[in-house]
Design a protein around this ligand. Structure first.
Ligand code: MV4
Length: 515
C-alpha cells in the first residue's frame, strides 16, 4: 500500500480496534483518537500513536471535524477511517478530509449525499431498475398533498423523513382520518432530528424481513455483492442479532438481490464497502429501503461466510488498489452460517435500559468457530456518553443449527460482572422455537420479547452462573492484587470498588447473608 502508511482511526470501541487490526495486517500504522475518559481504552493502547481530542461529549471529541483533521495532520496520517456511527456518513467530513489532502476510507461525498436524501435515493434507484416501494418521488407539500398521494397509493402508508433514515420521523397511517395529525407530527419530529421537515410517503409493507446486501466497489470499475444478512431481530431500530445467509433467501433470490444491490451502488458512483437495505415480503418480493454508506456493525457475519476481510479491502480500495475478492469473475457463494449477538450495556429485564458501571470481570469466549470483537476489557468503566455496544460475539458453523449450538456454548462461556448486559436475552433467543425455525420478520421482537424475557426459564443455571462469575472474579482479583481489593493499575478510572461477590449477592437480594 504505497500511498498510505499511517491511518487515523476516527472512532472508538470495538470498531476502532477492528480497523487498527486491519491496518496492522496491511503493515500500516494506526493512530487512535480519544476523549478524556477513553485515555486508557483498549483502542488507544493497541494503536501505534494516540491523539487526545477533548472532553467526553462526542460533539467536543469524536464528532469534531476540525479536531480530527488536525489530529490526522499532526500525527502524519495519509488516510482517515471513520468506522461506523459518528462522522462515517457525514459528507462534510469526507470533503474536509479531501480538502486536507487526506484519503477518506469510504465512499465519495457525492455518494453519501445522494443516499442521504431518501427521495433522491428512491429516484436514482428507480432509474437504475432497482425495485422501490410504491410511493412519492418527491417530498409532500402539505397534508392535502399527503392525503391525495396516500389515496393513490392505498392505505396503510408510512410517512417518512426525506432527510432521515433509521426510523426517526416515521408515522404509520392506516386511514384517511389520521393523515393530517401524522403528517404534522412526522414533520415536527424530522425538523427536530434533522433540521429538515421534508416528508414523503411509501406504501406500508406488513411484516417484511429486513435483508441487506453487502457490496464492495473499487476504483477499477468492479462492484461485487457479498450476499445477504438477515437483520430482522431489531428493537427500536437497533439490531440485536444478525445472521448470514438468510433462511428466506434461495440462490435464485440471492442472485436477484445481488443484481439490484450492485446496480444501486453503481447508480451513485459508490466506492468502498457499503450496504443496500431491502424489505423482503412474505410473498418473496423485495424493495430498496436505504443504503448505508459505511462499514456496518454486523459486517463480521459476511466476512465469516464469504472468507473476506471487509476492512482490509476498504483500506486497499482507498489506496487505489483493485479489490482482492471476485478475481476472475467467479460468482461468490456463502460457506456455512454465521450469527452475531450484540452484547450491549443494556438491561433486557428492564426494557433494555442503558446501563453504566465498571466491567469488573470479563471471561471471553473462544474456541472453534467463535469470534469476539470487543471494545472493552475488564476494569473499563461504561458511561452514557457513547453507544452501549460493548462487544460482538460471532459464531460460525457448517450449518445454521451448528452455528446456533456454538453461539449457545460461547454465551455460556461469556462472563461479564459489574453491569447488566444483553447476554441473558441472547441466551434465551438461542432456545426460542420461532428463532430456531428461522421464522423472522421485523416484528419478531415485539412478539418474542415478552416470551423470551419473562421469568428466567433456567433459574438454577442462571444463579449458578452468577455465583461462579462472582467467585471467579474474586479469585482473579486476589491473584492480581495480593488481596487488597485493588488491581495494581494505579490511577486507572473505575478500578477498585466493592467485591463483585458482594455486588452479585446484592443483586440476588442476599444483602444480609454476606455483608
Ligand atoms: C418501512 C417499513 C414498512 N414499509 N417501509 C424502519 C426504519 C427505516 N429504515 C425504514 N423502516 C421501515 N420502513 C415500508 N414501506 C417498515 C420499516 C420498519 C423496519 C424496517 C427494518 C427493520 C426494522 C423495522 C422496524 C419497524 C419498521
Amino acid at each position: 500500500m504505497t500511498s498510505i502508511r499511517r491511518v487515523l482511526v476516527a472512532n472508538r470501541g470495538e470498531i476502532a480496534l477492528r480497523v487498527i487490526r486491519a491496518c496492522h495486517e496491511e503493515g500500516l500504522d494506526a493512530v487512535a483518537v480519544y476523549s478524556e475518559p477513553d485515555r486508557l481504552a483498549s483502542h488507544v493502547r493497541q494503536a501505534d500513536a494516540a491523539v487526545l481530542l477533548g472532553p467526553a461529549p462526542a460533539a467536543e471529541s469524536y464528532l469534531d471535524i476540525g479536531k480530527l483533521i488536525a489530529a490526522a495532520r499532526e500525527s502524519g496520517c495519509q488516510a482517515v477511517h471513520p468506522g461506523y456511527g459518528f462522522l462515517s456518513e457525514r459528507a462534510p467530513f469526507a470533503e474536509a478530509c479531501a480538502n486536507a489532502g487526506l484519503i477518506f476510507v469510504g465512499p465519495p461525498a457525492a455518494a453519501i449525499r445522494a443516499m442521504g436524501d431518501k427521495t433522491e435515493a428512491r429516484r436514482r434507484m428507480q432509474a437504475a431498475g432497482v425495485p422501490v416501494v410504491a410511493g412519492t418521488a418527491a417530498p409532500l407539500r402539505d397534508p392535502v398533498d399527503a392525503r391525495r398521494e396516500a389515496k393513490r397509493i392505498g392505505y396503510p402508508v408510512l410517512l417518512k423523513a426525506a432527510a432521515g433514515g433509521g426510523g426517526k420521523g416515521m408515522r404509520l397511517v392506516r386511514g384517511e382520518t389520521d393523515v393530517e395529525e401524522a403528517f404534522q407530527a412526522a414533520r415536527r419530529e424530522a425538523l427536530k432530528a434533522f433540521g429538515d421537515g421534508s416528508i414523503y410517503i411509501e406504501k406500508y409493507l406488513e411484516r417484511p424481513r429486513h435483508i441487506e446486501i453487502q457490496v464492495l466497489a473499487d476504483r477499477h470499475g468492479r462492484v461485487v455483492a457479498l450476499g445477504e444478512r438477515e437483520c430482522s431481530i431489531q428493537r427500536r431500530h437497533q439490531k440485536l442479532i444478525e445472521e448470514a445467509p438468510s433462511v428466506a433467501v434461495s440462490p435464485a433470490l440471492r442472485r436477484r438481490l445481488s443484481e439490484a444491490a450492485t446496480a444501486a451502488a453503481g447508480a451513485v458512483g459508490y466506492i468502498s464497502a457499503g450496504t443496500i437495505e431491502f424489505l423482503l415480503t412474505p410473498t418473496g418480493e423485495f424493495f430498496f429501503l436505504e443504503m448505508n454508506a459505511r462499514i456496518q456493525v454486523e459486517h463480521p457475519v459476511t466476512e465469516l461466510v464469504y472468507g473476506v476481510d471487509l476492512v482490509r479491502e476498504q483500506l486497499r480500495i482507498a489506496a487505489g488498489q483493485p479489490m482482492r475478492v471476485h478475481v476472475g469473475g467467479t460468482p461468490l457463494h456463502p460457506r456455512g452460517h454465521a450469527i452475531e449477538c450484540r452484547i450491549t450495556a443494556e438491561d433486557p429485564f428492564n426494557d433494555f435500559l442503558p446501563a453504566t458501571g465498571v466491567l469488573q470481570y470479563l471471561r471471553v469466549p473462544s474456541g472453534p468457530g467463535i469470534r469476539w470483537d470487543a471494545g472493552v476489557e475488564a476494569g473499563d468503566e461504561v458511561t452514557l456518553f457513547y453507544d452501549p455496544l460493548l462487544a460482538k460475539l460471532i459464531a460460525w458453523g457448517e450449518t445454521r443449527d451448528i452455528a446456533i449450538q456454538r453461539m449457545r456454548r460461547a454465551l455460556g462461556e461469556l462472563i461479564m460482572v459489574g453491569l447488566p448486559t444483553s447476554q441473558p436475552f441472547h441466551v434465551r433467543v438461542m432456545d426460542d422455537p420461532e428463532f430456531l425455525r428461522g421464522e423472522l420478520d421485523i416484528t419478531y421482537l415485539e412478539r418474542a420479547g415478552a416470551r423470551v424475557l419473562s421469568a428466567p426459564p433456567q433459574p438454577g443455571l442462571e444463579r449458578a452462573l452468577a455465583v461462579a462469575a462472582a467467585l471467579e472474579a474474586d479469585e482473579q482479583r486476589e491473584r492480581t492484587s495480593g488481596g487488597d481489593g485493588r488491581d495494581g493499575r494505579d490511577g486507572q478510572v473505575g478500578r477498585g470498588g466493592p467485591s463483585p461477590w458482594v455486588i452479585e449477592a446484592r443483586r440476588d437480594g442476599l444483602r444480609g447473608e454476606l455483608e
